[in-house]
Design a protein around this ligand. Sequence first.
Ligand code: TYD
Length: 214
Amino acid sequence: MSGKDKTYNGIFISFEGIDGCGKTTQSRALQEYFRSKGREAVLTLEPGGTLIGTRIREVLLQPEHKEMSPVTELLLYNAARAQHIAEKILPELKKGTVVITDRFTDSTTAYQGYGRGMDLSLINSINDIATNGIKPDLTILLDLDPEAGLGRNKSVNKVDRFELEALAFHQKVRKGFLEIAGMERERFELIDASLPVGEVSKKIAGMVNNRYGV
Ligand code: TYD
């Protein structure tokens, strides 16, 4: 569902990028920006965003779950997403709220599709089932070299199943994000995440102001 078919007045924004690209910091800054302009904005994340989603997140990210099959992984991300859409994202959008999510369907395409090598058309179909066809109005891709991203996470001692993957895996994921962005230029804004945090925030605020007059 997008454009003229939309059944809500809110704005749906997703942040995407490799591990350690700064999505969490930048999504908080964007929420603050909207609030400073008097616009209600909710911040959420995937996997997670609901109680059920948070429980699924724990199963997905535990380092000891090494035996998880790629199909299990794909379905669990989308199970969490279906709950997220039904319980949180869609109700907020219908109230006219700005919903900012730290990761959404493009993460599945990039990690399970480009990273794990699963069939992209299968992933698109499953993503569509989970979202009921709802797509972000805007996706902000924070692009960063994986060596820099993983370095940032190591420096704060963050380790999960994905941080344990080899650098080559994260390079495939980065390439995937860039390819997806190239296919949907209207929806995506590409931002250089190697810039200082404050500069990245300013660029995002300027771009959002241009798009939405906020
Ligand atoms: P998280 O701690 O949120 O990482 P980050 O701070 O980098 O966003 O962990 C989420 C991990 O799950 C991250 O490594 C990306 C991965 N992921 C997928 O593989 N597929 C998905 O559909 C989603 C939403 C996340």
